[in-house]
Structures are given as structure tokens and as C-alpha cells.
Design a protein around this ligand. Structure first.
Ligand SMILES: *Cc1c(COP(=O)(O)O)cnc(C)c1O
Length: 340
């Protein structure tokens, strides 16, 4: 057994990208007000407003579970339900945090071919019961990019969000890999969010290459009115906030986010190309973002494991290969050579 290689295990096995690291260093000067009352944080929030071309409210938390569950709690009462996909992170990987922070709102899962919510099934979940015994649907949560590595188009988002809004539900987007989706969709950030009907976005920083940060962006600002209190109560208000905001400021500047997101997306496509050239290997889902899901013959799986490659098979059935900003073409070639 060779030394373990975590390159493709997830996009959070890599370190901190040089721009974020430099931002941390530059912010490490003198004294600044704490708890976000500083100039860097103000500038970072302003750069989000410019990025999304709208007057949104922005909050920074430490991780995606907090971002998702606290923002969903803002959209729900304890007797409500949240409609999401079967494989959604909020459903499968947050230890019940959305239910916990909303004091009991129930997640209802809709059909989700290729990881995308099926509009008709969402409608069924909203309308098939209206009696007092059924938790009243209040929000739809979708992931962009999805857990299966696909990306909703503007039109696909519109189809979900217009239904939700017509029925009085609000729309949450889990954007742990939002920047990969955005780089892939090649449209304006606004077109993939509020102009497509998204009310609140959890915008992933960690998987993009930053240290411990996700941004919660309320496009419908009324929904986030008490959000600062939720963050503080949940232990998610960073006292040295400037170290979080400095990273965002830097990554949103000069399209730095795009460079890292495109790198991950491009290399995931290369993994697909190189690996499907091997006999018996099948691509399971389109590679829209930085994930590549493969059906591997057992012999290849064993060979890769024996050479130390770590990869997971818990989502979607196949073997998942994630590409972060840090993965290089050489890494992909080494993986493919070991598989051959
Ligand atoms: C990684 C991830 C998150 C965030 O998870 P944390 O470990 O809590 O930061 C949220 N949603 C999706 C789809 C993810 O892949």
C-alpha cells in the first residue's frame, strides 16, 4: 500500500489558495474593530453587492452546514417543510442541522434526476396535501452545482423558482460549489441567482480555496433581518472577522474566483476523458462542474486503492473524483496511469 493520495477525494482536501493566503497576511496588520465592524468587512460586503449587481445583505459564517441550516431556519417556522433533492447535502450530510436550527421543520425529498429537482414532483409535494397533519411547505432548497456535479441552467432554475414563488415558498440555494457552477454556466452571477428567482444563496468559499468561510447572501433582505442574531447564537459570529472578509475581497477581485473554479472544472473534464478511455469505465453524469462520477470495474478500483488513491462512492453509486483549484494536469495523468 502506497502513501495515501487525497487529491481527488474532495475539494476540501486541498489547502488554501495563494490569493487567500496573501489576503490573510495583508489583513494581519495592527488593530481593527472586531465582530465585522471593520473596513475590510464593509468592503467585502460591498464587493458582493457589485458582484451580484444588487443591494443584497451578506453574512459570513465558518462552514456550509451553518450557512445552510441557519439560512433555511430564516425561511421556516417549526411546523413548516423544506423541499429538496434526495441526495441534497442538507438531507444527507448535515446531521439534522436544518431541522435542529429551525426547531423541527421537516425536509421532504423530491425526485431529482441528475441531481436536479424535478419540477412536477416538487409541485406534487407542495399540493398533494393541505391538511393540518402535513408540515406546510415553506421553502425549496436546491444545490448549485448539484451533488452529482450537474449545473442548473437559468431556465431550469426559473422553472423551480417560479413554481415555488407562485405557491408562496421561498428559494434557498446551497452554493457550496456555486463558483464552479458559475464558471461553467458562463453567465452573469445575477442570472444564476436573484434574476433566476433565488432568495438566499449560501456561497461556498472553503471548497473554492479559502480558509473556513462561506457567505450567506440574502437577495430578499427582509428574510435575513434577524440573521445576525442567529449567527451569534449558533456560535458562527467570527470576532476577528477581517480574516474572513479579506479572503472574499481578494477572491472576488479581478475574477480570481474564476481562475480557480475553471481549473477544477477543466481538470474534472480531463479526468472523465482520460478515465473513460480505459476499458470498462463509464461516465455516470455529465461533468458540468468539478466533479467526475465514474463506474469503475472492480479491478481498476482495487488497483487505484492499492496505489493509495482515495476516492468515495457514497453519492450517486459510482466513484467520485473531485478536482479542486490545487489539482494539476500531472495529477490527472498520474491517476489515469495508475488506473491503466
Ligand atoms: C461541502 C458541502 C457543503 C458544506 O459542508 P461543510 O462541511 O459544513 O462546510 C454544503 N453543501 C454541499 C453540496 C457540499 O458539498
Amino acid at each position: 500500500m502506497s502513501q495515501a493520495k487525497y487529491h481527488f477525494a474532495s475539494d476540501n482536501t486541498s489547502g488554501i489558495c495563494p490569493e487567500a493566503w496573501q489576503a490573510l497576511d495583508e489583513a494581519n496588520q495592527g488593530f481593527q474593530p472586531s465582530y465585522g465592524d471593520d473596513e475590510i468587512t464593509r468592503a467585502a460586503c460591498e464587493s458582493f453587492r457589485q458582484f451580484f449587481e444588487t443591494d443584497c445583505d451578506v453574512y459570513f459564517v465558518f462552514n456550509g452546514t451553518a450557512a445552510n441550516s441557519l439560512s433555511l431556519a430564516s425561511l421556516c417556522n417549526s411546523y413548516n417543510s423544506i423541499i429538496t433533492a434526495h441526495e441534497a447535502h442538507v438531507e444527507t450530510d448535515e446531521c439534522g442541522a436544518p431541522e435542529f436550527f429551525s426547531h423541527g421543520a421537516k425536509l421532504l425529498t423530491a425526485k431529482s434526476p441528475l441531481g436536479k429537482l424535478d419540477v412536477a414532483d416538487v409541485e406534487r409535494l407542495i399540493t398533494h396535501r393541505t391538511d393540518i397533519h402535513y408540515p406546510k411547505p415553506a421553502a425549496v432548497s436546491l444545490s448549485q452545482s448539484t451533488e452529482l456535479g450537474t449545473v442548473y441552467t437559468h431556465a431550469e432554475l426559473q422553472a423551480v423558482t417560479s413554481l415555488a414563488h407562485r405557491k408562496g415558498l421561498s428559494v434557498h440555494m446551497d452554493g457550496a460549489r456555486f463558483f464552479n457552477a458559475l464558471a461553467s454556466a458562463k453567465c452573469a452571477p445575477a442570472d444564476l441567482t436573484w434574476r433566476a428567482g433565488v432568495d438566499v444563496l449560501c456561497c461556498g468559499g472553503t471548497k473554492l480555496g479559502m480558509a473556513v468561510t462561506e457567505a450567506v447572501v440574502f437577495f430578499r433582505r427582509d428574510l435575513g433581518e434577524a440573521f445576525a442574531y442567529r449567527c451569534k447564537q449558533a456560535g458562527q459570529l467570527c470576532s476577528k472577522m477581517r480574516f474572513i472578509s479579506a479572503q472574499w475581497l481578494q477572491l472576488l477581485r479581478d475574477d480570481t474566483w474564476r481562475k480557480h473554479a475553471e481549473q477544477g472544472n477543466r481538470l474534472a473534464r480531463l479526468v472523465a476523458e482520460k478515465m473513460t478511455a480505459l476499458p470498462g469505465v463509464e461516465l455516470l453524469y455529465p461533468v458540468d462542474a468539478n466533479h467526475c462520477f465514474l463506474k469503475l470495474p472492480d479491478a481498476i478500483k482495487e488497483r487505484l486503492k492499492a496505489k493509495g488513491w482515495v476516492f468515495y462512492s457514497f453519492i450517486g453509486g459510482g466513484s467520485r473524483f473531485m478536482c479542486s483549484w490545487r489539482v494539476t494536469e500531472d495529477d490527472v495523468n498520474a491517476l489515469a496511469a495508475d488506473a491503466a
